[in-house]
Design a protein around this ligand. Structure first.
Ligand SMILES: Cc1cc2nc3c(=O)[nH]c(=O)nc-3n(C[C@H](O)[C@H](O)[C@H](O)COP(=O)(O)OP(=O)(O)OC[C@H]3O[C@@H](n4cnc5c(N)ncnc54)[C@H](O)[C@@H]3O)c2cc1C
Length: 285
């Protein structure tokens, strides 16, 4: 969102709406530029690696593609090593990931790309802890942005509601820059229209995909199956399923995620439709 300039030498305040993955990384990117960065997050973060309401998809299986891994590691050097030490697994795309497509099993190929499999809360926690350590980044948790300050020409801050011991308190946080990282819950377009700004054009693409995920304990000696399996058979069958290692630390488990227009909700139907039960006819390396 636009900002008004600050006096020379004053690097000003940046407010980030939402302290999810994008919000934390935006705060980190800004902490060397702005005098002060305030991240406003309506949830209170859990102690340690755990789920929270603002990231409901975190209860599903999670893969981080190569570009995401590299970007996070470039911004926060050593973050990838930290994730691996905490139980994340890098599954090589060539050979490590068996991928069943509508044309059959993907043939082996040379690639140094890999997907990172671990729980989403683990990624969030590693990133959050790094960003929290920055002295000029301030987190306001349990606090919801309810509107923007400013006029139709410039945004000059945010209006927040904080759930305190004495009920809800409203506060204005002035800022030179406001970043909207509220994800799919964003109300920025509505707030801008309240300020009198021109309507924000909006595109909505509904992929029509729903997820159902089950977590399975992995046996101490895993069977000789591929470490991960994926299946996608578009366009005739929208259903796809994947099975990858999740947190490989204590209480090790594997996850199975099924994505479909009508994903199975019972263990029996989940098992029968899962790619985890499929066997590659032409195994990769
Ligand atoms: C079912 C599912 C599976 C997915 N699987 C993968 C995957 O395997 N790999 C992958 O890379 N991506 C995956 N994604 C996509 C990924 O989850 C999103 O791209 C990512 O979460 C977006 O991050 P974000 O920080 O922009 O938004 P969000 O994660 O939505 O975070 C927004 C944050 O803003 C906060 N917030 C919202 N409104 C306010 C407000 N008014 N005031 C204060 N705080 C507010 C919320 O509490 C939340 O913490 C999946 C998504 C879904 C739905």
């Amino acid at each position: 969102m636009s900002s008004r300039g600050t006096a020379a030498g004053d690097r000003g305040t940046a407010v980030v709406i939402g302290g999810g993955l994008a919000g934390c990384l935006a705060a980190w990117a800004l902490h060397g530029v702005a005098e002060r960065v305030v991240v406003v997050e309506r949830d209170r973060y859990p102690d340690g690696v755990d789920f929270r309401p603002g990231v409901p998809q975190a209860k599903h299986g999670h893969l981080l593609l190569e570009a995401g891994q590299r970007t996070i590691d470039e911004l926060l050097p050593g973050a990838l090593a930290e994730l691996l030490a905490a139980g994340a697994t890098r599954v090589p795309l060539s050979g490590g990931l068996r991928w069943l497509t509508s044309a059959g099993w993907l043939a082996p190929y040379d690639s140094d790309l890999a997907v990172l499999t671990c729980s989403r809360p683990l990624i969030d926690q590693v990133v959050l802890e790094r960003v929290r350590a920055a002295p000029n980044v301030e987190f306001r948790t349990g606090t919801e942005v309810i509107g923007l300050l400013g006029d139709r020409h410039a945004v000059t801050g945010v209006q927040v509601n904080r759930r305190g011991r004495h009920g809800e308190e409203t506060e204005a946080i002035p800022a030179e820059l406001v970043v909207d990282a509220a994800g799919r819950a964003t109300r920025a377009a509505k707030w801008l229209s309240v300020l009198g700004a021109p309507a924000v054009p909006r595109d909505r693409v509904d992929a029509g995909v729903s997820y159902a995920t089950r977590f399975y304990h992995r046996p101490p000696t895993p069977p000789p199956t591929p470490p991960s399996t994926c299946r996608a058979t578009p366009p005739t069958r929208a259903a796809s399923a994947s099975c990858c290692p999740s947190r490989a630390s204590a209480g090790s488990s594997a996850w199975a995620a099924c994505a479909a227009s009508n994903p199975p909700s019972s263990p029996r139907s989940s098992r029968s439709s899962s790619a985890c039960s499929a066997t590659p006819s032409s195994p990769g390396r």
